[in-house]
Write a new protein. Structure first.
Length: 367
């Protein structure tokens, strides 16, 4: 048994100590070895072609019109608080719906799907008093996505499919006060953020994620806590974890909520060896172009973008058609700005299909 397999087996035994002397341990060790192989493959494929990320999970879930009872399912039928709107728990209570959405995005042409875990930290789940279920939420979400990815890869081995563990920004900020009357106050510490992100990232990896995607970053200090936590895991497990990092420009000022320009954001995170760095959410595709140019021209990392389907209308809905969005994404490709492209709020499999059809005509961004 080679050194890498010994390391994997030790980690698997730590996760499942009661399975040491059985075929389950052998199978689990080999499975985790496959996952690590997929991690390495991503870096090579990224040099060969533009990869397509999926679109919005929330937009697709809205179409199901799940009730409070649907959200609760059998597992949480007696939960003490209302849970309607807690989309992440649907990975436990409505797993078939989650797998169907992943499958639709893969069938539309996505190479990578994100796990249904944008809010699956103890920090965000405190709103529902569901902190104790955070590991299960992340593990189950990654497992569902990986099952569909493997299914699709088996169907077409020439187009391997991957899972990105989605790590959202939480609902608290490390560098800003929520109280305008007390600017020095912080609702959370760096250590609390690090611990929460580490728990989430470990579960996402254990469930089968090939990549960890720290996305919709509006406070770079939060992102630094997540990156620190992921690097800790890499050191502990002796594995190289592909990390995608994606900030969000909050308005026409061209800055994140914590005040950084796209270039400043890039500089402040470039100490970490990222798979990609880029932008998502907030603005439509065309509005991201100058900010992507600032990033693309100043980094040797891959560059990613998954914008919204335009800006929301008066009812909070997104009206940009797949064709309209794809035409704007084409500008990213014409300018050689990106290596990974997909969609965020308001996007659907139809949007991703239109993007994938254009992306296949272009070579990936080169440095």
């Amino acid at each position: 048994m080679n050194i890498r397999r010994v390391q994997i087996k030790k980690h698997f035994i730590r996760l499942f100590p009661d399975k040491i002397n059985c075929e389950f341990c052998i199978f689990g060790t080999l499975l985790m070895e496959v996952i690590l192989t997929d991690m390495a493959r991503i870096r090579e494929i990224l040099k060969e072609r533009i990869l397509v990320l999926d679109g919005a999970m929330g937009t697709m879930l809205q179409a199901y019109q799940f009730t409070e009872e649907d959200f609760r399912g059998v597992e949480f039928k007696d939960w003490k608080l209302s849970v309607k709107g807690n989309n992440d728990m649907l990975s436990i209570t409505q797993p078939d719906a989650i797998k169907t959405i992943h499958r639709k995005y893969f069938e539309a042409g996505a190479d990578i799907v994100e796990t249904n875990t944008f809010s699956s930290t103890t920090i965000a789940m405190a709103d529902y008093e569901m902190e104790e279920y955070v590991y299960q939420l992340n593990y189950q979400s990654a497992k569902l996505a990986k099952e569909v990815a493997d299914e699709m890869t088996k169907r077409n081995p020439d187009k391997p499919r991957f899972v990105a563990g989605s790590i959202g920004p939480t609902n608290k900020t490390g560098s800003m006060s929520p109280d305008v009357n007390d600017p020095g106050y912080r609702a959370i510490t760096f250590e609390e953020l690090r611990a929460a992100y580490k728990q989430q990232a470990e579960a996402l990896l254990d469930g089968g994620s090939d990549i960890l995607l720290v996305e919709t970053v509006f406070d770079t200090l939060n992102a630094k806590a997540a990156l620190f936590a992921i690097e800790q895991i890499g050191d502990e497990r002796k594995i190289d974890i592909p990390i995608m990092l994606s900030g969000t420009i909050t308005d026409a000022s061209g800055r994140t909520l914590s005040g950084q320009t796209a270039e400043a954001f890039l500089i402040s995170v470039s100490h970490v060896p990222l798979l990609t760095v880029g932008l998502n959410c907030a603005l439509g595709a065309s509005a991201l172009i100058p900010h992507l140019e600032a990033i693309s021209s100043n980094t040797e990392f891959g560059v990613s973008a998954h914008p919204n389907a335009g800006l929301p209308n008066a009812f909070g809905e997104y009206d940009e058609t797949p064709e309209e969005m794809a035409a704007q994404i084409k500008e990213f490709l014409d300018k050689n700005l990106v290596n990974i492209v997909g969609g965020c709020c308001g996007t659907t499999p139809a949007h991703i299909k239109a993007i994938a059809e254009i992306a296949r005509e272009y070579e990936p961004r080169t440095v």
